[in-house]
Design a binder for this molecule. Structure first.
Ligand code: CA
Ligand code: CA
Length: 319
């Protein structure tokens, strides 16, 4: 239907789950769940503030160096969903999958990575260096997001230039949702943030950062080498799969994604309002039961010929 056609315009959207249950007594009100894959994502690093990491396979959030991550979903797709007749948002969940946990979160479950609503768009860029082997590092070319800017016009020159500044991402200062991170998280584990309120308000992008982020990397030194009992090191560092990382391992399920569940009023007339309504399959399930049984009612013994009556019997069985 409508969503499928909108989805078709964005490269990474999967209408993977479509619950078809009519949850309301009102005719035509259905509940749908649509999964969007990130259209852009990038770590922002405070140690090299004019470096782009948009093609990095990992989204790193943590210390040494201090890093954040920004993630964008297709705004037009979300607008299309929000403009459906009788639209009512039930939930929106941001989901990332752990690629590497540095296991430095301390002994208590008191550290969180927070999702903040991003206020301005960014350019993903094609640089990738952080955490990569030297022969796989490349600074990128052209425009890209950095710690200093959402769109540094030239990420290869290591200068901030005249680009718009955002100093580690321009986002709503209070987090929309917090997700506890601890040493138990491992590769493949999903981390979720409830961003329903943001999506309801029109948002399509988020910044992730440590709640207890330290200002300078030097502050990570633990009291001259002494780690107080019960405190350990925290805050920690986590690396999630970026969409490039999902491509690398060939698993779209680890791509950063946004799962949106909503109600809307779908016209009962079958014609989809947009082209390419490839998802209108369910009606087929109602047909099979009526077709098979009639064959038994046609006695083939009365026909003089061979194969032909058999075919005729199949047709007449509908009577
Ligand atoms: Ca990316
Ligand atoms: Ca630059």
């Amino acid at each position: 239907m409508f969503i499928a056609s909108v989805v078709g315009g964005a490269a990474f959207v999967l209408p993977s789950v479509r619950s078809l249950s009519t949850t309301s007594a009102e005719a035509g009100i259905v509940t749908d769940t649509v999964t969007l894959e990130a259209t852009a994502d990038a770590p922002l690093r405070a140690d090299w503030k004019n470096t782009n990491e948009g093609a990095n396979p990992r989204l790193r959030v943590g210390m040494r160096p201090r890093t954040r991550a920004v993630i964008q979903f297709d705004d037009a797709t979300l607008d299309g969903i929000r403009s459906l007749p009788s639209f009512e948002l039930e939930s929106a969940t941001l989901i990332l999958t752990v690629e590497t946990n540095h296991h430095d979160w301390g002994q208590r479950d008191d550290h969180t990575v927070d999702a903040h609503r991003l206020l301005i768009p960014f350019v993903e860029g094609n640089g990738a260096q952080l955490g990569l082997p030297r022969d796989e590092q490349h600074p990128g070319t052209g425009i890209g997001a950095t710690w200093h800017s959402p769109a540094d016009p030239n990420v290869s020159d290591k200068k901030k230039g005249k680009a718009e500044k955002w100093n580690g991402g321009r986002f709503v200062s209070s987090p929309t949702a917090r997700a506890v991170h601890d040493n138990g998280l491992d590769r493949g584990d999903e981390v979720t943030w409830d961003v329903t309120a943001d999506v309801a308000a029109g948002a399509s992008a988020w910044a992730l950062k440590l709640h207890s982020e330290r200002r300078k990397d030097e502050d990570d030194d633990e009291h001259e080498g002494h780690v107080p009992v019960g405190f350990q090191r925290g805050p920690g560092t986590i690396e999630y799969y970026a969409r490039e990382g999902a491509d690398l391992v060939g698993d779209p399920l680890v791509t950063p994604r946004l799962v949106v569940t909503f109600k809307s009023d779908v016209p009962e007339t079958s014609g989809p309002p947009q082209t390419g309504g490839g998802t209108t399959a369910p009606p087929q399930t109602t047909e099979p039961p009526t077709s098979a049984p009639p064959q038994t009612t046609a006695p083939p013994t009365t026909s003089p010929g061979g194969g032909v009556p058999g075919e005729g019997g199949g047709d007449s069985g509908n009577l």
